[in-house]
Write a protein that binds this ligand. Structure first.
Ligand code: ADP
Ligand code: MG
Length: 250
């Protein structure tokens, strides 16, 4: 089932044409990976999926991106609600410099949950969902900045889960992490796709091959090839894709 559909997406930063005629489908309860050399537009595109680019000056976007059939760029779309439904986890873990509990409770509080017992339940549920509960359940009042990088990233995932998104965007979520922490995040993403639709930008092709169901290869702002991950990594239709995934280029 299609969760999001991109149609004729073009984006300019001022005069610079950063995304060119992107058509793509994001399938529900699947992991879709964006790969391609640095500067090809992966982050720009993933930011289009929850309108994070709206925050950047001089950006112009054409085309449509629909979620469940509704264009998220329509005038009547509430961007705050959209960003709740389409959560995002960044390259560098960015927990708030407050305690672990309150990092996860922050979003639900903002969206009106006041009952302390209910907030405690939400915190536990989402720390479990992010595979972090076991490591932090007795230090919930400790500052989040005291956690390791990998724990901080899982905390950021818990914080995203706590507002009940439908889609979660990950922009190179493991690039600041060691291999062990990376493995934990990869396992977690595989778990999460049961309940969420996942899009991940990664410069690590092994990672894309391990955890994604669909892969898009981008070059200079164009989507060169989009297909099932297995197909992209074993028998791509496009020569440029093949050169990139075999390491002859990039
Ligand atoms: N805020 C911005 N203003 C102007 N140009 C930008 C901005 N962000 C990215 N770009 C340019 O857009 C292109 C795509 O960047 P980006 O989406 O970050 O690529 P990737 O994530 O694939 O490395 C690059 O040429 C980059 O320099
Ligand atoms: Mg990027």
């Amino acid at each position: 089932m299609v969760k999001m559909e991109l149609s004729g997406v073009n984006l300019w930063y001022g005069d610079f044409h950063a995304l060119k005629d992107i058509d793509m489908k994001i399938y529900k309860n699947k992991v879709t990976a964006f790969i391609g050399p640095s500067g090809c537009g992966k982050s720009t595109l993933i930011r289009c999926l929850n309108r994070m680019n709206d925050l950047i000056d001089h950006v112009r976007i054409e085309g449509s991106i629909s979620m469940d059939g509704k264009n998220i760029y329509d005038k009547d779309v509430d961007v705050v609600t959209l960003r709740k439904n389409v959560g995002m986890v960044f390259q560098k873990p960015n927990p708030f410099p407050i305690n672990i509990h309150d990092n996860v409770a922050y979003g639900p509080r903002l969206h009106g949950v006041k009952d302390k017992k209910r907030l405690d339940e939400i915190v536990e549920e989402n720390l479990r969902g992010a595979a972090l509960w076991g490591e932090v359940h007795d230090i919930l009042d400790r500052n989040a900045m005291s956690l390791s990088g990998g724990q901080q990233q899982r905390l950021c995932i818990a914080r995203t889960l706590a507002v009940n998104p439908e889609v979660i965007l990950f922009d190179e979520p493991c690039s600041a992490l060691d291999p062990l922490s990376t493995g934990k995040i990869e396992d977690l993403i595989t778990q999460l796709k049961k309940d969420y639709t996942i899009v991940i930008v990664t410069h690590n092709m092994q990672q894309a091959a391990r955890i994604s169901d669909y892969t898009g290869y981008f070059y200079l702002g164009r989507l060169i090839e989009f297909n099932k991950t297995k197909k992209i990594f074993t028998n791509p239709d496009n020569k440029e894709t093949e050169n990139y995934i075999t390491g002859k280029f990039g």
